[in-house]
Ligand binder design. Structure first.
Ligand SMILES: [Zn+2]
Length: 121
C-alpha cells in the first residue's frame, strides 16, 4: 500500500507531530484546539479545584483546558504560601516556535542587521 504523505490528511499530520514530540495524538489535538480557541477569546486561569493529577499521579493537568503542569517546590516559602507550586508545561507548539527561532537565528546571526558597505574605500 502506498504511503500517504502527512500533508494530505490532518490525522496523519497529528500522528507525525505526536511521534516527533513523544506525546499522544490526543495531546496534539487538545493543544491545537486550545490554541485556536484562545485566539477566539477562550481563557482559563487554572485556579481553584481545576488542577487534577492523572491516575498514576505522574501528570498534573487542568480539567478545564487540559493544559499540563509541572510541580515545583519553593526553597523558602513565605507565610501563607505552600511548598509546592505549578507551572504550565511547554506545549509542542512552544517547542516548535523555539525551534523556528533557533533556525532563523542560525540562518541570520546578525538578526537582519547588515554592514554598511557604502563607506570607506
Ligand atoms: Zn486551565
Amino acid at each position: 500500500m502506498a504511503k500517504i504523505p502527512c500533508s494530505v490528511n490532518m490525522f496523519y499530520k497529528m500522528t507525525e507531530l505526536a511521534e516527533k514530540y513523544g506525546i499522544s495524538v490526543y495531546e496534539v489535538h487538545a493543544t491545537i484546539l486550545r490554541d485556536g480557541l484562545e485566539k477566539l477569546g477562550f481563557t482559563c486561569d487554572h485556579k481553584g479545584r481545576k488542577l487534577r493529577s492523572s491516575k498514576k499521579g505522574t501528570s498534573i493537568y487542568c480539567s478545564r483546558c487540559w493544559r499540563f503542569f509541572d510541580k515545583k517546590y519553593r526553597a523558602t516559602p513565605k507565610a501563607g504560601e505552600k511548598w509546592e507550586y505549578y507551572t504550565p508545561r511547554k506545549t509542542f507548539l512552544d517547542l516548535m516556535k523555539e525551534e523556528k527561532e533557533l533556525k532563523d537565528k542560525e540562518a541570520d546571526p546578525m538578526g537582519g542587521l547588515q554592514l554598511d558597505k557604502r563607506g570607506g574605500e
